[in-house]
Design a protein around this ligand. Structure first.
Ligand SMILES: NC(=O)c1ccc[n+]([C@@H]2O[C@H](COP(=O)([O-])OP(=O)(O)OC[C@H]3O[C@@H](n4cnc5c(N)ncnc54)[C@H](OP(=O)(O)O)[C@@H]3O)[C@@H](O)[C@H]2O)c1
Length: 334
């Protein structure tokens, strides 16, 4: 089968290759991949910033395709079913445990830049009927994470959510938060992106270049109360402001490291406001399944900035690595 390998932790080290077609083992399914979508973690692998990868590897965690063959002992699935293989195939549900994080597609297991992949049947989620393969490929990491963020704060109509930037996680969180009836305050570096976010439902827009104290702006917009949920998709650069923007008893859902992993903060803010700081490592297959059900129920369509061809993989990675140019997801069609 045709595949693209990443041969070293280097954003230019992609090569086209021919590999043996995998055979599905017992309990596994062979998926003919049709699309892939990038996440920041793929760039982190390709720059050596994320540990655990052994090169060469078939990159890109997220993808979607259709079932080409069933291994022994697989029930309830059929050849031709449109499916999304989850990023962490061994984490089917429940709380995260060390045994769940060893297998990660695109890192320690084959990713989505190959014609075929064999994965556990239990790691597959049905592609919502209103989405195509490219749209489906954007769901495993970003939509699962955004769904877990929104669920962590038990949002209700009238809840306030603060989102940082217009990357994949933030825009799924925007769509889920609006579906819950929440009010969304979104900060971005660009007025043009803010306008696009408004069209997706964002209620209040803050340009964090023009207004670096976006946390104070969020407090002003909420009459001093702050947000029930801040989805912290940036990291060290913004964490202290995220704490400041949260309401008493609010949740700061901590996932991002595009803005570094080290933060300096005043613990009194957490203590006095009795904040919940919730860490998250993507999510389980059950979390992805729930996120896709929400996407189907609300007919949510992922925001995709650009779809690259298989001959443009390095350009797609470069676009994500550049940071701040894209709006939502970058995808690769097979
Ligand atoms: N732990 C988990 O479960 C988990 C899961 C998924 C992703 N992540 C992490 O979460 C982060 C976001 O992921 P993603 O896929 O959404 O990334 P992405 O598509 O690359 O989006 C990043 C966005 O962050 C915004 N940004 C950058 N610096 C900012 C700042 N100082 N203040 C406010 N916004 C800023 C930019 O938006 P504008 O261009 O609009 O300014 C940028 O486009 C990454 O670090 C990723 O690794 C973690």
């Amino acid at each position: 089968m045709k595949a693209i390998e990443l041969t070293a932790p280097d954003l230019g080290a992609f090569r086209r290759t021919e590999l043996d077609e995998p055979r599905p083992g017992r309990g596994e399914v062979l998926v003919r991949l049709r699309a892939a979508a990038l996440n920041y973690v793929d760039v982190a692998i390709a720059t050596g910033a994320f540990p655990g990868a052994a090169f060469p590897l078939i990159p890109v965690a997220d993808g979607a395709g259709e079932i080409a063959a069933l291994g022994e002992g697989v029930d309830g699935l059929a050849v031709g079913d449109r499916v999304i293989p989850h990023f962490m195939p061994d984490w089917q549900g429940g709380a995260i445990a060390p045994r769940h994080v060893a297998a990660m597609r695109g890192i320690t297991r084959p990713g989505s830049l190959a014609e075929y992949v064999a994965v556990p049947a239990a790691s597959l989620v049905a592609l919502p009927a209103h989405l195509d393969f490219v749209q489906g490929a954007t769901l495993p990491i970003a939509a699962t994470t955004a769904w877990n963020a929104v669920r962590s704060a038990a949002l209700r109509p009238g809840s306030v959510v603060v989102l940082l930037g217009t990357g994949g996680v933030s825009l799924f969180a925007l769509q889920f938060a609006k579906a819950s009836g929440a009010t969304v305050i979104l900060a971005s570096s660009s007025d043009e992106k803010l306008e696009r976010a408004r069209r997706l439902g964002a209620d209040h827009l803050v340009n964090y270049r023009a207004t670096p104290a976006w946390d104070e702006e969020a407090l002003k917009l909420t009459g001093g109360r702050g947000a029930d949920l801040v989805v912290e998709t940036v990291g060290g650069a913004t964490f202290a402001r995220a704490l400041n923007a949260a309401a008493m008893g609010g949740t700061v859902f901590t996932v991002g490291f595009v803005g570094g992993t080290a933060a300096s903060l005043d613990l009194l803010t957490i203590i006095v406001k009795a904040l919940r700081i919730v860490g998250n490592n993507t999510g389980s297959v059950a979390d992805l399944a729930e996120a896709t059900r929400a996407i189907a129920a609300h007919r949510i369509v992922p925001a995709i900035d650009r779809v690259f061809g298989l001959d443009e993989v390095a350009a797609a990675y470069a676009e994500l690595a550049a940071g701040g140019r894209h709006f939502g997801k970058l995808a690769i069609a097979h």
